[in-house]
Design a protein around this ligand. Structure first.
Ligand code: F6P
Length: 193
């Protein structure tokens, strides 16, 4: 049966500083994950199986996928949730500069739209073509971002999208989803980095 593999990009320099959004490079630890990913994929996918790797257009996903010897495709629709005026800030800075927005987001994270940016609801809509393409594709590995992975994961695991903004998607972990008739089977492989 066909499967879908999901991974966040390796730790980025922004992750280290607690900054959101941006287009930062991966950190030395993220680089270790990138170098380990081919082995992890081999372990989970098996030898000789064809795979296509999808990334976003942001550096941290492309850098993370660069040692994988498969066909690759970059999708703008896989870029991280656009945090608009808050792009590049830490959560503490957002709370200080935009206290009302910060509270509103906590109240209704799914519907909250950053000023000049997006909400989770917006992301779910822009992911529709990706989901359609996934449904008609063979084995795909997606290397993308936390918010995006939450929405894709919720779709396949049948979790109501309103709950996706709060779901845990750890760094440096390869998630394998195998859709079955009535449910989706899940396996996680951690890189221990
Ligand atoms: O901190 C990493 C990150 O991917 C940010 O770029 C993004 O804004 C955030 O996580 C999304 O998570 P949350 O919706 O919980 O703020």
């Amino acid at each position: 049966p066909r499967s879908i593999w999901l991974s966040r990009h390796g730790e980025s320099m922004y992750n280290l500083d607690g900054k959101i959004g941006g287009d930062a490079d991966i950190s030395p630890r993220g680089e270790m994950y990138a170098r380990k990913l081919p082995e992890l994929v081999k372990q989970s996918v098996g030898d000789g199986r064809k795979l296509t790797v999808w990334t976003s257009t942001l550096k941290r996903t492309i850098q993370t996928a660069r040692f994988l010897e498969f066909e690759k495709l970059e999708w703008k629709a896989l870029d991280e949730l656009d945090s608009g005026v808050c792009d590049g800030l830490t959560y503490a800075e957002i709370e200080e500069r935009f206290p009302e927005d910060f509270a509103q987001r906590d109240d209704d994270k799914y519907n909250y739209r950053y000023l000049g940016g997006e909400s989770y609801r917006d992301v779910v809509i822009r992911l529709e073509p990706i989901i359609m393409e996934l449904e008609r594709s063979e084995n795909i590995l997606i290397v993308t971002h936390q918010a995006i992975l939450r929405c894709i994961y919720a779709y396949f695991m049948n979790v109501p999208q309103e709950r996706s903004p709060w779901m845990e998607v750890p760094l440096h972990t390869l998630i394998k989803l195998t859709p079955k008739a009535y449910s989706t089977h899940e396996e996680r492989l951690s890189a221990d980095i």
